[in-house]
Design a protein around this ligand. Sequence first.
Ligand SMILES: Nc1nc2c(ncn2[C@@H]2O[C@H](COP(=O)(O)OP(=O)(O)OP(=O)(O)O)[C@@H](O)[C@H]2O)c(=O)[nH]1
Ligand SMILES: [Mg+2]
Length: 217
Amino acid sequence: MNRDYDYMFKVVLIGDSNVGKSCLLIRFADDCFTENYITTIGVDFRFRTMTVNKDTVKLQIWDTAGQERYRTITNAYYRGSDGILLVADATNRKSLDNIPDWLSEIEKYTDDEVFKMLIVNKSDLEEKTEISDDDLKKFSKLHGVPYMWTSAKSGINVDDSFLKMTQSLISKRELDEESGHKSKTGKKGTKSTLEGSNLFRNAEKAMNEKETSCCNN
Ligand SMILES: Nc1nc2c(ncn2[C@@H]2O[C@H](COP(=O)(O)OP(=O)(O)OP(=O)(O)O)[C@@H](O)[C@H]2O)c(=O)[nH]1
Ligand SMILES: [Mg+2]
């Protein structure tokens, strides 16, 4: 069957309410930002297609509500995910302290192999930050989860975070194929290695070349 992509991955954004999950998604999908805070009710999703090392990668990104009352709806969406971005707010220490609870939720509802990355958002609000890079290094080591600082407002590191995750997902899928696991997408059996830097540069170039649009609010 002909597909318009080489890889497709399901990615889920989770974390406390108000940390900026929806803003990250909108920044990544539409390259825009709004200060108007509209809490997510249940879930929302977007697609974005990008080129990574000549492969077309389609990401289906689910944005979940952080509010506790929606937990029974949102955790159903973790199932079958390839990658999960755990989002904390740099200006709210509690949102980082709650990440272990989110990790437990992931353990309950996904298989062991889901890729996880911690995103510490609102890095533009430096004067208000309650989280240091040392805190994150310790956290990352303790929980075995890589981290990135981002700002959905300025856009810094947003594309890079999704790219890094996508590279890891491609790498993992290729390893699975080599070891005989069946690919979820029926991806052609290429065997490129993920010796990152070249791939990352190509991916960055592709991102820079993409058309951008902005919501005017
Ligand atoms: N300064 C700054 N503000 C941000 C950033 N990202 C989000 N915000 C603001 O933080 C608030 C919450 O953002 P949302 O994206 O709606 O938060 P959420 O995590 O989706 O929240 P729930 O849907 O309730 O789970 C909004 O007022 C945003 O404008 C950022 O990078 N920098
Ligand atoms: Mg939201």
